[in-house]
Design a protein around this ligand. Structure first.
Ligand SMILES: Cc1ncc(COP(=O)(O)O)c(C=O)c1O
Length: 424
């Protein structure tokens, strides 16, 4: 119980009092600065995970610390009976950054899962306006379509749209009328739409398709650009919404504010975009932007809410994060450092590495055999934080402030990972 105890003792105490959903943590952390973090035993680590694609500005960035401290000294929480300036400014800024049309509106929550809960609830309200859907006479519940390998969070709605059977199955039955189609297979999606039909035999209409543009938890797997454009077209043709989950890809990480703004997607726009993780640079916050007035209006008073929604501390943290990303050119930096990282990984000569994929600073190294956990632990021992995103893939998602030297330093450690580590 004392500050004198070492990391091992803290971990023992952790195990004694926490439920074990995360397993035993690797280290107990103490403080960070910039790209570096130190554990309670004084060991230093270069951080190429950023709290899983969260800490856009690294640790203890002066602008972020000042914004949060000033806001804490001013007002930390007011409830949704009241509003605060940072909240209003942030919503205005997010609509602008997303390039969302006039009449678009933001709903704030506290995490990625909550953001997707909001998106799914809004889609359900929209579904009820479609021909052949409940609540019309003889109507059916509108369906929501999700993709194989997609990940949208652990709460019941978000989990229902999450693919991985191991995390979904123990909680079934989940939210009904959510179906999966194969990612990158337009025919599969077309078939799902074709099952819509009025009367006894048809399934209900499709309210929405939900997808990530780079499937992060699946191993940083980008969807094909043709597929993304095709999904948009099918949604338009069938009056279905397109929900793009930018919880992991958004807020500059993939080289644009949102991944849907990538040039090769040719201007694809979502109807709803969800965001979280990096938005407030480490403060828990998430939310959605509904594109356009009509859709936004479906969230009429009482339809959704959360005590902390739009919390001023989170909003101040987010404004400081966004301002710093803009002022310091961190989106361009993400693009350039990402290219450097991928190039150097492929050139480093480690026989364990068979490929690298990703965009900006959301990347994964493909391994020759499934030893990702052992590799993660090996680099941690050598002062680098990354994670095993799949048994045979390592995720690199550093803060957007990563410098050329940081990338050099990370690759120097990665290049030394022994290729004969034991499989997970
Ligand atoms: C694409 C995506 N959506 C949703 C979530 C859930 O976010 P949270 O863990 O903040 O609930 C995650 C988390 O990894 C994610 O990667």
């Amino acid at each position: 119980m004392s500050d004198e105890q070492n990391g091992g003792a803290w971990l023992q105490q952790y195990d004694d009092v926490h439920m074990h959903v995360f397993g035993t943590p690797l280290r107990v952390m103490d403080h960070g600065e910039g790209m570096r973090i130190w554990d309670v035993d004084g060991n230093e680590y270069l951080d190429f995970l950023a709290g899983i694609a969260v800490n856009a500005l690294g640790y203890a960035h002066p602008a972020w610390v000042k914004a949060v401290a000033d806001q804490a000294a001013q007002v930390a929480h007011v409830s949704n009976y009241f509003a605060t300036k940072p909240q209003i400014e942030l919503a205005t800024k997010l609509v602008e950054l997303a390039g969302a049309p006039q009449g678009s509106h933001v709903y704030f929550g506290n995490s990625g899962a909550e953001a997707n809960e909001a998106a799914l609830k809004l889609a359900k309200l929209y579904g009820r306006t479609l021909p052949g859907a409940l609540p019309s006479f003889g109507g059916k519940p509108a369906r929501i379509i999700a993709l194989t390998h997609g990940f949208h969070g652990r709460t019941m709605g978000a989990l229902s749209a999450t693919w991985k059977p191991a995390i979904r199955k123990p909680f079934e039955p989940l939210v009904p009328n959510i179906e999966f189609v194969e990612a990158n297979n337009l025919r599969d999606l077309r078939d799902a739409f074709a099952e819509t039909g009025l009367g006894h035999y048809g399934k209900g209409p499709v309210a929405a398709v939900i997808m990530e543009l780079i499937q992060g938890e699946a191993g940083v797997m980008p969807l094909d650009a043709d597929y993304v454009r095709g999904v948009r077209e099918l949604c338009d043709a069938n009056r279905a919404l397109l929900i793009i989950d930018e919880v992991q890809t958004g807020m500059g990480r993939t080289g644009s504010w949102f991944a849907f703004q990538r040039e090769d997607l040719g201007g694809v726009q979502p109807d709803i975009v969800s965001f979280a993780k990096g938005v407030a640079g480490g403060f828990p916050m998430g939310g959605i932007i509904a594109f356009g007035q009509k859709l936004s209006d479906l969230f009429s008073p009482g339809k959704h809410g959360s005590t902390f929604a739009g919390n001023p501390l989170g909003a101040a943290a987010a404004l400081a994060t966004i301002e710093t990303v803009e002022r310091d050119g961190l989106i361009e930096n993400a693009e350039q450092r990402g290219e450097q990282l991928r190039r150097q990984i492929m050139a480093c000569g480690n026989p364990l590495f068979t490929g690298v994929r990703g965009r900006g600073l959301l990347n994964a190294i493909q391994l020759a055999h499934p030893c990702a956990h052992a590799a993660m632990e090996w680099v941690l021992e050598h002062g680098l934080i990354i994670n095993a995103v799949a048994p045979d893939a390592l995720r690199l998602a550093p803060p957007l402030i990563a410098s050329e030297q940081d990338v050099d330093d990370a690759v120097a450690i990665l290049s030394q990972i022994p290729s004969d580590l034991s499989d997970d």
